[in-house]
Ligand binder design. Sequence first.
Ligand SMILES: NC(=O)NC(NC(N)=O)C(=O)[O-]
Length: 362
Amino acid sequence: MTGFTDLPDLASRALGGGVVDANDEFFAARDNLVTPEPPTFAAGTFGPKGQVYDGWETRRRRDPGHDYAILRLGAPGVVRGVVVDTSYFTGNYPPHASVEGCGMPGYPGPAELADAEWLPLVARSPLRGDTRNLFQVDSPHRFTHVRLRIYPDGGVARLRVHGVVVPDPELFPDGQLDLAALEHGGLVVGCSDMFYGSPHQLLAPGLARSMGEGWETARRRDDGNDWVRVRLAVPGQIRQVELDTSHFKGNAPAAATLRGIDARVADPAEPAGWFEVLPRTRLQPDTRHRFPVDVPGTATDVRLDVFPDGGMARMRLPGRVAPTELGRLRRRWSESLPPAHARRIAPSGSRRVGAWGPAPGG
Ligand SMILES: NC(=O)NC(NC(N)=O)C(=O)[O-]
């Protein structure tokens, strides 16, 4: 794993991201900005408003100003880079764009977001048409929303917001959670092959709807086996291993093993530090397998080996986090809040009720 685009897209619809506001979407719907699949184009397809585009496209401005869209991240986190993808927008891409982020508690609507404290992620920069425009981001804050501004108008196919999830520890007060879940901060840090499907999808929320929503390798023609390594959201004890081969019917692995390591005290490069979580276990195609396990060790990372190759829809690792780690998670969360969000959090957990604005009708 090298550049920021290897990190998960926090805005993706696959993670629950959405477009909550835009000043205009005359030619093409804002919602397309967060579609997980790459953009497509069919020349000469005209609807009642014009050429059909797989992206967000505003009308031609006849007055000064600029257009904007606001995205809710599916999983709030620290942003490492954004991709303003103008694929297929050639005579109608915006020549410039900027991106800002804000961190808000609760579930703000467009009116609250308009008044939010927006911090710069990408300064106003030139864009190329029909191009994935990459911008590195350097900000330590945990953002819940981003705002894309385009100058003055035009079309953008996708906005990818790559980063590291920073979970809200209040969501698992008793320390029980899926230690591998992307939305909790679990992260794929390496894999042998991802020819047909991204390994990040293994950790995505919900059930996969098709084979395309899982991790799938190419057919192996040697004696090796495929594997994926995951950094857990937080160090913890794994209580159950869920390996879901749903939709993989002619291409499920025959068997799998799972090993864990506490990389704070052992070197992952040395085999000695790895302990068995799930012994080599036969798998069935198209099946959600759930194996209770009793592992005394704490793991920071796991490695799933599949034999010999194939595909898997999801891997879940329900487990328990030590109270000390929960404290560390709380500190990491509070230290990464942008100033406006931090000001809204009163001490002693008062954010549980009415933390954002008055109750409806109140
Ligand atoms: N051929 C076009 O793309 N024209 C217009 N856009 C759409 N969607 O028809 C425009 O003015 O940008």
